[in-house]
Design a protein around this ligand. Structure first.
Ligand SMILES: Cc1cc2nc3c(=O)[nH]c(=O)nc-3n(C[C@H](O)[C@H](O)[C@H](O)COP(=O)(O)O)c2cc1C
Ligand SMILES: [Mn+2]
Length: 466
């Protein structure tokens, strides 16, 4: 799969994409159809007749585990954990991108004053959103001025003017770290925003790889071949050759525009009004003929964004835990209902006293877990971490508050609505031990049915009228 068009073809073959030919308004109508469709685990939607526009919009790409499996090139019936495990293993080798000289993303090149982003069918998602959001299922490419490390990060972009889109690089995100270096050098940071491409690139844009790791190299590793890239027209950055729409420009750390709010994946609006934020001053746009605009729904779980995060965050957490080489780890589950990032459930085989405590603290020490992960639950290996009724059982009959811990301080996400709106930088964490302690000599004796009696009862079953 090299681009969005391959994904569409594959989904049509598998019967999980639906084309909507009726006219639909980009103003709330499109996003509301998508949200309601996602609540019933519907197909990916390709809107071919968007009011005021000639080009299509695709949405609900990542909403089901089945479609995530299609994107990863895995069997349709794979579980989320199968995808984590494949990602963790393939992602260990890195395959850097390959430069090409000609690319479909250059079919149309628009420079300077001719740039007009209102020519693309950009949706407005929720009633109190500050405007239309050009960048939801997109990512921003930037380069570290010291090391040349190329980063892909998904940071929302509001359409602010015909040649300006907002950015919201939350503190410590890789683009934020880079932007601060450009600021010290007294220069704006060259960037490119990519819309519509091999979906694995967007999922990687939203994943929390460690600093100095390029999302391109991991995408290549998952694909088993390098991602094809081409130089930008005005920026010295590698651009995915098969992208639908490429916005090139620069971000000046000292220039701001009013941005937001946006109906976020927490189910609440980010903030209460607008906030001054940096923006991309667009110098050039290149796009394919009949470019496909791509959006992702946010809002209350579970939507497309939650599924994207459940894969990207869960897979990175699993990979980073495996890299710690702790014995006994069996599986991890990051529930989509928690957006794959507020809660992690880990199942493990205990091998020594204190082993569970090691795993609980390891999870919040990974790059992934050190950011916003609030609750970690460890269960014994007889329970699958995605089997929520069994997890509830363990939380009732094995969990003991006195063997669990509250960590008072850790890095939070400023979007967590459980914290006061002006104090969201630091979060607490809860580490829940829902296992039977390894060191207990006398363990509770589980009730097993008598096998002979089961046989006898089954033989007589019809006699009981059951
Ligand atoms: C749809 C969507 C929108 C997102 N918006 C933002 C955002 O506005 N700001 C931000 O810092 N992170 C945002 N994220 C989360 C980042 O993509 C994620 O933290 C990622 O790790 C950032 O890349 P980096 O690790 O290379 O900095 C968003 C994720 C998704 C899926
Ligand atoms: Mn990164």
């Amino acid at each position: 799969m090299k681009d969005m068009r391959d994904f569409i073809a594959k989904c049509e073959e598998e019967g999980v994409l639906h084309r909507i030919t009726a006219e639909v308004d980009w103003d709330l109508e499109l996003s509301h159809i998508a949200k309601l469709n996602e609540e019933q685990s519907g197909p990916a939607l390709l809107f071919e007749n968007v009011k005021d526009y000639d080009s299509p919009v695709i949405i609900s790409v990542c909403t089901t585990v089945e479609r995530l499996a299609i994107i990863m090139g895995m069997p349709r019936e794979s579980s989320l954990f199968d995808l984590y495990d494949a990602w963790a293993k393939k992602g260990e080798t890195k395959i850097p991108p390959k430069w090409v000289d000609n690319a479909p993303c250059k079919e149309n090149i628009i420079m300077g004053d001719d740039v007009d982003l209102f020519k693309f069918p950009v949706p407005k998602f929720y009633p109190l959103d500050g405007g239309r959001f050009y960048g939801t299922a997109h990512f921003i490419i930037s380069k570290d001025p010291d090391s040349g490390w190329v980063n892909l990060g998904t940071y929302r972009s509001q359409l602010l003017a015909k040649n300006k889109i907002g950015t919201q690089f939350i503190k410590g995100k890789h683009a934020d770290i880079m932007l601060k270096k450009y600021q010290k050098m007294g220069k704006p940071m060259p960037v490119a925003s990519i819309v519509g491409c091999d979906p694995i690139l967007f999922i990687l844009g939203a994943s929390r790889l460690s600093a100095f790791e390029s999302e391109y190299d991991v995408a290549g590793a998952i694909r088993g071949e390098p991602i094809e890239v081409i130089k930008g027209e005005t920026v010295d950055l590698p651009i995915p050759a098969w992208a639908e729409i490429v916005v090139e420009g620069e971000v000046d750390a000292e220039k701001f525009m009013e941005e937001g709010p946006f109906g976020e994946y927490t189910g609440y609006y980010s903030g209460v009004g607008t906030d001054p934020r940096n923006y991309i001053d667009v110098k050039c746009v290149t796009h394919r003929n009949n470019p496909i605009m791509w959006g992702t729904t946010v809002g209350r779980a579970v939507t497309d964004t939650h599924m994207t995060m459940a894969l990207s965050y869960g897979a990175t957490l699993w990979q980073q835990l495996l890299n710690m080489k702790i014995p006994g780890l069996k599986a991890v589950y990051c529930p989509p209902e928690a957006s794959g990032r507020f809660m992690a459930i880990i199942s493990m085989t205990q091998m020594y006293p204190g082993h569970v405590d090691q795993v609980l603290t390891a999870a919040i020490s990974t790059e992934m877990g050190a950011y916003g992960l609030k609750t970690v639950i460890v269960v014994d290996d007889d329970i699958e971490p995605w089997d929520i009724p069994r997890v509830m059982y363990a939380l009732s009959f094995r969990f003991q508050p006195n063997r669990s811990q509250v960590i008072k301080r850790g890095r939070s996400t400023p979007l967590d609505p459980s914290l006061p709106i002006n104090a969201r930088e630091i979060t607490g964490r809860l580490l829940m031990d829902a296992t039977i302690p390894y060191e207990w000599k006398d363990k509770p004796i589980p009730i097993e049915l008598d096998p002979e009696m089961v046989k006898r009862v089954k033989a007589r079953w019809s006699e009981f009228g059951l």
